[in-house]
Design a protein around this ligand. Sequence first.
Ligand code: UTP
Length: 470
Amino acid sequence: MPEGRNPEEKRIIRIAMENGQGHLFRFWDELSAPEKDELIDDVKSIDFDRLREAVKLLKAQRKPKGHFTLPEIIRADIEESEPGLYQKARVMGENLIKDGRVAVFTAAGGQSTRLGLDIPKGCFPVTPIKRKTLFQVFAEKIIFMRERFRSVFPWIIMTSETNHQQTIDFFEQNNFFGLEAENVWFIIQEMFPSVDGEGRIFLREKNRIFKNPTGHGGTINALFSSGVLERLEKAGVESIFYFQVDNVLVKVLDPVYLGLHKLRGAEMSSKCVRKKDVNEKMGVFASLDGKPVVVEYSEADLLDDPEKGYTRADFMYGNIAVHIIETAFVKRLVSNGIELPFHVAFKKIPHMDDNGNKINPAAPNGYKFETFIFDALAFAERSLVVETIRREEFSPLKNREGDDSPQMVERDQLLMFAGWFEEAGIPVERMDDGLPVYRLEVSPRFAPFKEYFLEKIDRNIRVEGDTYIE
Ligand code: UTP
């Protein structure tokens, strides 16, 4: 047993040993005093009770099947189904923005492993002409809404240890894209250890344990532990407009959506789009024994139950991870000690083996535990799902190539802008694949979404080359 240097260290080492994590001290005798301090700090931060529960999931039986039905969904053609509702919701949403009763939230704590970046994903350039980064696009959408509604609201950005400093540096280098630093609040989400098949925590260095950010579900705890929840309450912010950093098309603070959410008295709302086909890798909305849930693509077989009269093809409303979450709901979750459930992901985990060799595995070798924000839906007294149009609102940046790649994200923006021009009566020459011949880009400061573009655009302009509207 390694010798702790004082009673406190001895206690920490003993607890780790009792929890089957004694191997973390394998290199103890080789470590310098500051390195020992770091290892002790890492081990001290482990919540062993929660880890024990998480590790049980590795051997858990599959979830029992319940009875799935389609949840109520407000359709995109809302004016046809409920005349007048659109306008009513819009006014209501606009008032919320004017009164400063909303905040914007971006989940940006992920590691972008599929894209393989060494910068935070939000720093990735995405727009077709100006090569604006995701963060700049969101900042400009926020600036537009602030100016239009003469309102000020905070933008909360959740990072994780792995990208926190880089994110802040990026905002500082870019003067917060025109926002005031005091209105951009950075919060860090928690991390949780990753383990091998036996539940043993990996070492990433001889004196550091391997942790991963706890998934976008970490939002709930991060809002609370950072003190932001309290600040929002004090500022009278009722609703948090949540989206994820990878979706350039998000309609930040969409007034109609905000209004529908409020009119229905929802604690948490969601937006969805029709899946392209049943095999598209997207989580879908369903109701499980009456409770709203998102069934992940990897668990879609839960939805195949012909005996109960349904298959996965009946659940085609894909989750685009744009939520409105009431501040009071977050408060209720944390005050009642509600933890979102862990999901297990089998991943490649670079680590230090027992002989002190650094291993970069070619295939998955360990388990990460993550929570998902949509699991909060099950705790909401009332929730709402609103269908929307994919072309206008969803194009996530996930992969290096193929679907959801930078190329596709650029393509989706070009198609969306081309549609806006045409709807305004401005002809757009298109190629055989539908893409416009010339590149088009609309600055979010001119119009962050179509409604505003149609209101403002000079219909006499002509597209005779690459065209940027600002
Ligand atoms: P993804 O699950 O797609 O992860 O996150 P990712 O980091 O973007 O990419 P991969 O899976 O490593 O390739 C969806 C959104 O949730 C955020 C991400 O930043 C992204 O906006 N997220 C994810 C967090 O905020 N925290 C996390 O722990 C995980």
